[in-house]
Design a protein around this ligand. Structure first.
Ligand SMILES: [Zn+2]
Length: 762
């Protein structure tokens, strides 16, 4: 097959020497370029021979340049001041090494199937072999035909019927791959899923549990024509399908052709572009037959579309920055999958909604599967992060498969759960404040069973010895249930869980593992709060400050790449910000030349009298950016607290996080810092050592003392009366522990004072 392809290519292009055909990418370099505007993006696309990123937009983009085209790019990039770095010095040598490895593996006998890459024919043969070896579990199927008439094939498998557990009732989980032809690691991971589950069901209890509860569907190669085409070395980097666009260009990007929100951002109308979306949604036979196949799976619960490269776990949406309705659930599962990948080979995969985590991409399969079918869907970008890109060395096939298989197994386990719970933003309270109503919110979606909406309740108790108190939950917005916490005495710790009934009569709990959430209850005394809308006496400047520009000012910030467009408060516009004006670019009004220190006015962190303090919290919203421009991440921002009016300082945190948003922190007063009435807080924004772009902001500072009034019922009889006074004074005179009412280690007049305050309070 390969020989014939070579021969045909040689016949068709007699004017090109064989050496040129064989080494078309000699000395081609791949550069990672940080483009800042759509205009720069289109220039890079024009100047490059090929774009390597699986998805791209404004931001980092990997592009391949021939030795002929490279000088023009370098000159333009320098003139534009664009950051760029060479990732790969010679594309051809990677492809040559890959080819040699494949040839070597074919010559050797008894080589593991996953030791090398395989042609479409070899993949299909392996599907047949698996089905033949495990006939009670697996069967192959045809999805349909490609534009060149090749068959898209797959395999489905599950454990045979069990009493009360027929295969026909099990939820389905689907994986597929190679919508993009050159992403060769994608079919490998698909095949690993089928191979490992079938081969180890008999010996691995974890696999048995999964295959007893779900049916798995695998379609390893969707873009069969494109994949076959990439096995000709000169076409190794082909991405799209093989449609003849009729104007001398070939191919539609199948993963921009799905008919949900088709035709938006992140897809091209140009037929020669690698993200060409096609003439309409589902214009391509490959996406049409896949659409019909997926729609015919009645119990499909979860779907993964494998791509490479970049090491990403991407949930919907891809077409819009808006968060999808099930984003809390996706976040929960994203974290589970990311952690399970990391646990295998300590590889980091970044997880999040596609649009904001990487780039816009309209017409992607994940948006259709989720948006049109209400099935949880992901796009994975496999290894690596650009060192070899699409030409991932064969030695990395097995580790890549191993780590992603663990994420897949976790997804299967999740898919088999009767209901899917997730926490909505801020729904786990840090603390219940006595006298202040609080509710618990949880998102519930049908998993393998269906929720009875009337059967959702918050169950609480304060001791394992007590029965649960049940409070019915009500629908807040579709899918989100809320229930009010009952009142708890100050100082108690509430334990709680959600119970939910299903239409099949089951009761399901969240947390699912039988544990309980817990939250302490306390009185709250806010001793300082400032939303920066008025001048409360903050000062700018401290000994040692040398910043020459971008000093702190209280202002409404102007947006840049490194600075927020608004303050953090829901109401109001002002915050403390370093150099509020935007200027010509992000580097124009940032901190330069050293430190600028913002110090709070004096405030108290003292509790009211007769209070047992449980916690003192310093809360603030902060902005920090040091990841644009040159020498990124070379600086940091200390946040410090003083209890002696600024004579000495203790660090609360050293900020290095480039969150690109306001981050709300709530930090306990460190144990070594006693609360006083002479507290101060300061933020030191600084540009030290290597010059870098530093922008910082502070807003919504609050100091909250949590505690409970000391209990004057010192004789423990349940009432506060004269007998308590007698008990206290006897203990006080005899220096018994009860006499140290304020628990400061000494027995003195302060104890008497506090006892009477508490006693009068009742
Ligand atoms: Zn891709």
């Amino acid at each position: 097959m390969l020989q014939r392809s070579f021969a045909m290519l040689a016949i068709c292009s007699t004017s090109i020497s064989f050496a040129q055909v064989e080494k078309p990418f000699a000395k081609h370099e791949v550069h990672r370029i940080t483009v800042q505007t759509p205009r720069q993006l289109s220039v890079v696309t024009e100047l490059a021979d090929n774009i390597w990123s699986c998805s791209w937009g404004v931001g980092p983009i990997d592009a391949q340049f021939s030795p002929e085209k490279l000088p023009a790019f370098l000159a333009w990039a320098d003139q534009q001041g664009l950051e760029h770095a060479r990732l790969i010095p010679d594309v051809q040598s990677l492809i040559d090494a890959e080819r040699e490895q494949i040839d070597r593996a074919r010559r050797e006998r008894n080589v593991d199937w996953f030791a090398t890459y395989h042609t479409l024919a070899e993949i299909n043969a392996r599907l047949d072999e698996l089905a033949a070896n495990f006939p009670a579990f697996a069967s192959t199927f045809s999805v349909g035909q490609s534009i060149e008439g090749r068959t898209i094939r797959g395999i489905r498998f599950s454990a045979p019927d069990q009493p009360g557990n027929p295969r026909s009732a099990r939820p389905q989980v689907m994986v597929e791959g190679a919508q993009h032809a050159r992403e060769w690691i994608s079919p490998c991971v698909n095949m690993w899923v089928a191979d490992r589950m079938l081969e180890t069901y008999a010996t691995d209890p974890a696999i048995r549990t999964v295959l007893d509860s779900v049916e798995v569907i695998v379609v390893p190669v969707i873009n069969v024509d494109g994949y076959e085409y990439t096995w000709i070395p000169a076409n190794r980097l082909w991405r799209k399908n093989r449609r003849n666009n009729g104007n001398g260009t070939f191919g539609v990007d199948l993963n921009r052709n799905w008919g949900y929100q088709w035709g938006g951002e992140g897809a091209s109308t140009a037929t020669n572009n690698d993200t060409y979306r096609g003439v309409s949604g589902f214009s391509e036979p490959e996406t049409q037959v896949m659409r019909d196949f997926i729609a015919a799976q009645p119990r499909l619960k979860a779907h993964i579309d494998f791509h490479s490269y970049s090491q990403l776990i991407l949930s919907p949406y891809a077409y819009t920055a808006a968060l999808c309705p099930d984003n809390p659930l996706f976040e929960r599962i994203n974290t589970i999958m990311k952690d399970s990948i990391y646990a295998v080979h300590q590889m980091n995969y970044t997880a999040g909604p596609t649009y904001t985590t990487i780039y816009p991409a309209s017409g992607a399969v994940t948006d259709w599967v989720y948006g049109a079918r209400d099935v949880l869907a992901w796009g994975f970008e496999l290894r690596d992060t650009g060192q070899t890109g699409f030409v991932l060395p064969a030695a990395q096939i097995v580790p890549t498969c191993e780590e992603n298989f663990q994420a897949f197994l976790k997804l299967c386990e999740f898919s088999a759960r009767p209901l899917w719970f997730s926490l909505t933003d801020g729904s786990l309270p840090n603390r219940l404040i006595t006298g202040t109503p609080a509710s618990f919110r949880v998102s519930i979606k049908n998993g393998s069973d269906a929720l009875d909406p009337a059967g959702v309740a918050l169950e609480t108790r304060t001791s394992p010895l007590d029965p649960f108190t049940s409070t019915p939950a009500t629908v807040q917005t579709p899918g989100i249930y809320a229930a009010a916490f009952p009142a708890f005495p100050c100082g108690a710790t509430a334990q709680y869980r959600i119970s939910a009934g299903t239409t099949s009569g089951r009761t399901v709990y969240y947390p699912e593992d039988g544990s309980l959430f817990s939250v302490p209850s306390a009185d709250s005394y806010v001793t300082f709060a400032d939303d920066m809308e008025s001048d409360r006496g903050w000062t700018v400047g401290a000994a040692g400050d040398t910043a020459t520009g971008g000093l702190w000012q209280r202002a409404d910030p102007e947006p840049t790449n490194a600075q927020p467009a608004d303050d953090a408060s829901p109401a109001g516009t002002l915050c403390w910000i370093t150099g509020a004006a935007a200027g010509a670019n992000a580097n124009a009004n940032d901190v330069d030349g050293g430190a600028t220190t913002l110090t709070s006015p004096r405030f108290s962190a003292l509790p009211p009298p007769a209070t047992r303090v449980l916690d003192i919290r310093i809360a603030y919203a902060r902005w920090y950016s040091n990841n644009t421009g040159s020498n990124t991440n070379s600086d940091s921002m200390p946040v410090q607290i003083s209890n002696d009016d600024g004579a000495t300082w203790t660090q609360l945190e050293l900020v290095t996080e480039n969150a690109a948003k306001w981050v709300r922190k709530s930090i306990s007063l460190p144990a070594g810092v006693a609360p006083t009435a002479r507290m101060r807080l300061r933020f030191i924004a600084r540009d030290t050592g290597l010059a870098s772009t530093v922008e910082a902001g502070v807003d919504d500072v609050a100091v909250d003392v949590y505690g409970c009034l000391r209990n004057a019922d010192v004789n423990g009889d349940g009432g506060i009366d004269g007998a308590d006074v007698e008990t206290f004074f006897l203990a006080w005179q005899d220096a018994q522990p009860i006499g140290d009412f304020n628990e400061d280690g000494g027995i003195d007049g302060a104890d008497v004072e506090e006892f009477f305050l508490a006693w009068e309070h009742g």
